[in-house]
Ligand binder design. Structure first.
Ligand SMILES: Nc1ncnc2c1ncn2[C@@H]1O[C@H](COP(=O)(O)OP(=O)(O)OP(=O)(O)O)[C@@H](O)[C@H]1O
Ligand code: SF4
Ligand SMILES: [Mg+2]
Length: 319
């Protein structure tokens, strides 16, 4: 059996904001195997990016990990001092493609200058050697090596996203968290980026957490899918099972809300209501105010993830 590269147990990360405590990552447990792609989806504000930053050991202020464990290749990361995280873990073991990062490339520096900075700083490489490595990674993501001499404004959106992916890979991480890497791109370029990610997974044996709103992309790229709702994982399992036989009412609603090929588009549904405020989330099952099947127990007790089928878990009192 392939071993777990990442083991997350009862992880909690809250934002201690002036308006109250935002429970953005609330008691998450999941694993990722070597070479596996875990797709992560859920409505805006459910905590996907917060989870990514937390796994990188850098929750955005005023966020703090308040409980649980993150083990990378068996090593506990929660509680590690910042300098150890910086020198040994971040970018070298776990890297992240930040949401919207391609628009955050610095316009006044060349691509090469921005790429080699971590190599000079983290690896103590010489400039020439670092530029060489940057060029090698540009080729790996399907770009011409002389792009190191270009400025971000000279590149298309798809090219910029490839640069960002190359940057995340430079220190040869085991796990890459890709936060909405295709969202701002047109469908043709989206498909190219998805194919690139698949190729990288295969060639480098990368493990990945792939975050997106787009469930059809997840079915395409993921081995397993996790669905988040209001800071919690409500369904987790083999991607085909979650996509074709969703067990949780929220996943069923999410899937009913996207147009699927060969289906009657006129029957597209939407989920009534709004995701809850995470300062005072609903009691019991957090989906109960929007769930058509809500029962008394749903309002009172939090459902845990239960196995509904082999490699398929859901947290719902109906099951
Ligand atoms: N720095 C912060 N301080 C306080 N609250 C925050 C902070 N960052 C995020 N939040 C809150 O945490 C919750 C989760 O946000 P997060 O950005 O992780 O969601 P997301 O699932 O990535 O959403 P999207 O799909 O829009 O990217 C939201 O309620 C958000 O308002
Ligand atoms: S636990 Fe209850 S409210 Fe929550 S999804 Fe299941 S049936 Fe709906
Ligand atoms: Mg996000």
């Amino acid at each position: 059996m392939t071993k777990n590269i990442l083991e997350v147990k009862n992880l909690k990360m809250y934002y201690f904001a002036s308006r109250g405590v935002v429970k953005a990552v609330d008691d998450l447990t999941f694993n990722i195997k070597k070479g596996e792609v875990l797709g992560l989806a859920g409505e805006s504000g459910c905590g996907k990016s917060s989870l990514g930053f937390t796994l990188m050991g850098m929750p955005t202020p005023p966020g703090k990990i308040v409980g649980g464990s993150i083990k990378m290749e068996g090593r506990e990361l929660v509680g590690l001092p910042e300098d150890v995280l910086r020198k040994e873990i971040r970018w070298q073991k776990i890297a992240m493609i930040f949401q919207g990062a391609m628009n955050a490339l610095n316009p006044v520096y060349t691509v090469g200058y921005q790429m080699i900075e971590p190599l000079l700083y983290h690896m103590g490489m010489e400039r020439e050697e670092a530029l060489d490595k940057a060029q090698k990674y540009l080729e790996l993501v399907g770009l011409a090596p002389d792009i190191v001499y270009r400025y971000p404004h000279e590149l298309s959106g798809g090219m910029k996203q490839r640069v960002i992916i190359a940057m995340a890979l430079l220190l040869e991480p085991e796990l890459v968290i890709a936060d909405e890497p295709t969202t701002a791109l047109d469908v043709v370029v989206q498909a190219q980026i998805i194919n690139l990610m698949k190729k990288l997974k295969k060639e480098l044996g990368l493990s990945m957490i792939f975050i997106t709103h787009d469930l059809s992309i997840l079915a395409e790229i993921s081995d397993r899918i996790a669905i988040m709702y209001a800071g919690k994982i409500v369904e987790l399992g083999d991607s085909k099972k979650v996509y074709y036989e969703p067990a949780h009412p929220y996943t069923q609603k999410l899937l009913a809300a996207i147009p699927r090929l060969h289906e009657d588009v006129e029957r597209l549904e939407f989920i009534p209501g709004q995701p809850p405020n995470l300062i005072t989330p609903p009691t019991g099952c957090r989906f109960h105010p929007r769930c058509p099947y809500a029962m008394e127990v749903c309002r009172e007790q939090i459902p845990e993830l239960k196995e509904v089928d082999k490699d398929h878990y859901a947290a719902c009192w109906l099951l």
